[in-house]
Design a protein around this ligand. Structure first.
Ligand SMILES: Cc1cc2nc3c(=O)[nH]c(=O)nc-3n(C[C@H](O)[C@H](O)[C@H](O)COP(=O)(O)OP(=O)(O)OC[C@H]3O[C@@H](n4cnc5c(N)ncnc54)[C@H](O)[C@@H]3O)c2cc1C
Ligand SMILES: NC(=O)c1ccc[n+]([C@@H]2O[C@H](COP(=O)([O-])OP(=O)(O)OC[C@H]3O[C@@H](n4cnc5c(N)ncnc54)[C@H](O)[C@@H]3O)[C@@H](O)[C@H]2O)c1
Length: 464
């Protein structure tokens, strides 16, 4: 049998995009995934489930209407886990169906097995029944993703102590919740449960959370979290976790203790590399199971084996994983692409949303570039009034000399959608004058760009 042009190990966002791209370029493609259903972490335990949960919580809790009707307002009293899970299953079924159909239309074959490299052009596959087969290939993509980091001493039991995959299987809403880890996962789940009025404590050893985001945005976000009663313990880590008398006790490094019915342990993730045979073909990994690649081509140290997605580390997003997979597939098929733009958006689907693109103010200040800032508060837009939005803002940072947009940062309703205006302007080299000279739909939240642009322009005009 002829070798397959591209074997993709893992059907998450990077694998799926790579597979379709290679098929579109006329190559034979096989996707191997050990999961029960195609789609990876993104579809089954990560992006899509957590975002569906968030959307359901916002709808059933009436969160978006509370600006009008007060904090006690609820669309549905006594929201149960089954209310949340029903919508989750429907969304996931739909996602898998769309993916299977895409593979079928593009003649991408999928095999349910665990893959292991035995030579640089050969994989062995083992299915659930223990049957073994072999695949010969020209090129391969490692897109095996990550799984939650689970230290041995943490007593995970799916009853009181959960990781972020297991959290989706929780049987009822906890009366109280402690979230260990103030990374993106911890922050998203902490705020989602808090929107359901579950008392939440968030624990993070660093002195702040989300330190890659503009400080002013994070400060506003933390203020909003505290304002609705969340406990945020910064600068202290979880030292030990014990389950006693029907509740979980988290002992902190500063000696304090936090008790709650449930603990979500979300302190990072590790690459799924241990059974992949990477050592056999000479590909090294770091202590969190991450594979090093050429950042332009996504080749590993073995040139016909590529890697993309969470297994190569930062930024570990479904959005960037998809592009990495596509670029890797193009390179493997001899259809290289120009380098990707340096800036990409980051969306944090907490309650409220945060989204950011380009440089935060701290970075601009450090670079020594003279800059000006424009701010628009959503409560000052007409659309904001209509929607009852009482918080959230957009911050734009412009280079004083070139007038170019350097960064756009948003906290509040619609942030993850609105950010793409900022992304387009930054990547197309646009300036403050774009916002000032263009007409925006009215009333919209996007009009905030016009307001923030004018705000900066007023000061920039006076300065020149
Ligand atoms: C709770 C949570 C929320 C998130 N929210 C967002 C978000 O809002 N936006 C965003 O952009 N990103 C988000 N992410 C990140 C996003 O899910 C990941 O970046 C993305 O899934 C990574 O894709 P991937 O291609 O690396 O593969 P994954 O989605 O990680 O899938 C890897 C696949 O490989 C398979 N596999 C592993 N080992 C083998 C093997 N040896 N043989 C065969 N198959 C194997 C697995 O079964 C799995 O199906 C979130 C993650 C989590 C955990
Ligand atoms: N909206 C999104 O784009 C989105 C959503 C969720 C996840 N993700 C991706 O998933 C990846 C993994 O997210 P994550 O939040 O698990 O990992 P992370 O590594 O980003 O955060 C883990 C956090 O846990 C903290 N921590 C470590 N040990 C601790 C201890 N003993 N006690 C308390 N805190 C401790 C760390 O300081 C860190 O802040 C991220 O890289 C992210 O990009 C993206």
């Amino acid at each position: 049998m002829d070798p397959i042009d591209l074997v993709v190990v893992g059907s998450g966002p990077s694998g799926r995009r790579a597979a379709i791209q290679a098929a579109k370029l006329g190559r034979s493609v096989v996707v191997v995934d050990r999961g029960r259903r195609l789609g990876g972490v993104s579809v089954h335990t990560g992006t899509i489930p957590s975002k569906t949960l968030r959307e359901t919580v916002l709808n059933l809790s009436g969160w978006r209407e509370r600006g009008f009707y007060g904090r006690g307002y609820r669309v549905k009293q006594d929201i149960s886990i089954s209310d949340l899970v029903q919508r989750l299953h429907k969304t996931l079924d739909h996602e898998v169906e769309v993916l299977q159909h895409q593979f079928m239309r593009n003649s991408v074959r999928s095999i349910r097995s665990t893959a292991r490299f035995v030579e640089p052009h050969k994989l062995t596959l083992v299915n659930d029944h223990g049957d073994t087969s072999t695949l010969h290939f020209e090129n391969a993509l490692i897109s095996v993703g990550t799984r939650p980091h689970r230290p041995k001493e943490v007593p995970f039991d799916r009853k009181y102590v959960f990781d972020s995959d297991e959290m989706l299987e929780i049987e009822r809403l906890p009366r109280t919740l402690t979230v260990v880890g103030g990374g993106v996962i911890g922050v998203e789940y902490a705020t989602i449960f808090s929107a359901l009025d579950v008392p939440v404590t968030l624990i993070e050893p660093r002195p702040t959370i989300l330190d890659f985001i503009d400080r002013e945005i994070v400060d506003d976000f933390i203020h909003q979290m505290r304002d609705r009663g969340m406990q945020i313990r910064l600068g202290t880590a979880a030292k030990s976790i014990e389950v006693k008398n029907g509740q979980a006790e988290v002992t902190l490094t500063d000696g304090r203790m936090v008790r709650s019915e449930v603990v979500l342990y979300a302190a990072g993730r590790s690459g799924n590399v241990e059974s992949l045979g990477l050592d056999v073909v000479g590909i090294e990994t770091d202590n969190r199971g991450r594979v090093k690649v050429d950042p332009l081509t996504f080749q590993t140290t073995v040139p016909n084996i590529y890697a993309a997605g969470d297994v190569i580390g930062f930024p570990s997003l479904a959005s960037t994983a998809m592009e990495q997979g596509r670029v890797a597939a193009c390179h493997a098929c001899g259809a290289s692409l120009p380098p990707a733009p340096e800036t990409f958006p980051y969306g944090i689907y907490a309650v409220p949303e945060i989204s950011t693109v380009g440089q935060p103010e701290e970075e601009v200040r450090k670079s020594g570039v003279p800059y000006e800032i424009g701010v628009a508060r959503f409560r000052e837009t007409s659309r904001g009034h209509i929607m009852g939005v009482d918080s959230g803002f957009l911050k734009l940072i412009f280079d004083q000399d070139t007038r170019r947009l350097l960064g756009a940062h948003i906290v509040g309703e619609g942030a993850t959608e609105l950010i793409h205006i900022g992304q387009a302007v930054i990547n197309l080299g646009g300036t403050v004058d774009f916002f000032v000279n263009n007409t925006f739909n009215y009333p919209t939240l996007a009009e905030a760009y016009k307001i923030a642009g004018l705000d900066a322009w007023n000061r920039m005009a006076r300065a020149s």
